[in-house]
Design a protein around this ligand. Structure first.
Ligand code: UGA
Ligand code: MN
Length: 333
């Protein structure tokens, strides 16, 4: 009985061992087989192809809408018309070179150069042709009795008056000749040929609605002159001389909108204005102090300087000329 029991246990054990072994062998065989995953991956594949289809449809829609879309028009920047009087002297080419190269860095600028001369000179003509700027070249001589004579103090007579007025005349006539010219957005600025202009001042003035104003450095015997702004409005002027003038500002410190210039056809500079009243002679017919638009951070930044170029001394040149050894006249300076 005991032997039979032993035998049975042994058989059970052997059987158990065999079955486990077979199970193990089967499992090992399965490891090497490739799995048929089709069923497994079906939903994933379907999602991918559905998304692909949608992407394709979206791409088609974008392509079609872009093809039919009108090219988007950026609102054009208002043109800045810069009126510059200039006259022949030793430093003229240097001044105009510096100025033109500043203006090259200002977008949408039209330079109106008015020579104080009975004719256009080759020096200015050539400089403008080569400048790469949009320009208009005009000339208007200052009447003899109004012109500063050699040795006169510079403040004795106003300078650049007939030239600025000629620039205004041309601008008004030119706009009249253009369709919709009366309504064109634009700004008018009077830039003397010897001042120093930062590029930023042009972007400040571009949004001028009527008359915009800002400080001017190194002018009127002061570090700067400027409109004083309170609550966003000009309330008075910081100046060292006759603050009671209607607009005690330098020419470089304001710009006028083209619309205002066109709406006031008679507005111009008065060559007979007393000293220091030239700017006021134009502005008092156009605007009130209350309407002035302060720029340059409420007139707290100096972005233009009333620099003046020293007259070059020619003592040596004259001395060598007397010996027949003067500089070659054919070399333009
Ligand atoms: C100051 C102001 O900044 C000028 O805008 C103003 O015209 C002048 O005073 C004035 O009271 O008349 P300031 O430096 O003294 O300027 O004058 P300039 O720079 O000698 O002349 C102003 C502009 O007029 C310059 O662009 C200059 O080239 C031109 N100009 C000067 C002439 O066209 N003809 C001249 O005989 C003299
Ligand atoms: Mn000057």
């Amino acid at each position: 009985m005991a032997t039979r029991m032993k035998l049975k246990l042994k058989t059970v054990f052997v059987l158990y061992f065999m079955v486990s072994l077979m199970g193990l062998v089967y499992a090992l065989m399965q490891l090497g087989q490739r799995c048929d995953c089709t069923e497994h991956n079906m939903p994933k594949d379907r999602t991918i192809s559905r998304l692909r289809g949608e992407l394709h449809r979206f791409q088609e829609q974008i392509r079609k809408s872009e093809a039919t879309k009108q090219p988007q028009k950026q609102p054009a920047k208002p043109t800045i018309f810069v009126i510059t009087p200039t006259y022949a002297r030793l430093v003229q080419k240097a001044e105009l070179t510096r100025l033109s190269q500043t203006f090259l860095n200002v977008p949408q600028l039209h330079w109106i150069v008015v020579e104080d001369s009975p004719h256009k000179t080759p020096l200015v003509t050539d400089l403008l042709v080569k400048s790469g700027l949009t320009y208009t070249h005009l000339h208007m001589p200052t009447a003899k009795d109004r012109k500063l004579q050699e040795g006169d103090p510079s403040w004795l007579k106003p300078r650049g008056v007939e030239q600025r007025n000629e620039g205004l005349r041309w601008l008004r006539e030119d706009r009249r000749a253009q369709a919709g010219g009366d309504n064109q957005q634009g700004v008018v600025y009077f830039a003397d040929d010897d001042n120093t202009y930062s590029l930023q001042i042009f972007e400040e003035m571009r949004s001028t609605q009527r008359v915009s104003v800002w400080p001017v450095g190194l002018v009127g015997g002061m570090k700067y002159e400027r409109p004083v702004v309170e609550g966003g409005k000009v309330v008075r002027f910081h100046t060292g001389w006759r603050p009671s003038r209607p607009f005690p500002m330098d020419m470089a410190g304001f710009a006028v909108s083209l619309k205002l210039v066109l709406a006031n056809q008679e507005a111009c500079f008065d060559g007979n204005a007393p000293m220091g009243f030239l700017e006021s002679s134009l502005l008092q017919g156009l605007v009130t102090m209350d309407e002035l638009e302060p720029k340059a951070d409420n007139c707290s930044k100096v972005l233009v300087w009333h620099t003046r170029t020293e007259k070059p001394k020619m003592k040596r040149e004259e001395a060598v000329q007397a010996q027949g050894l003067g500089s070659d006249r054919a070399v333009e300076v």
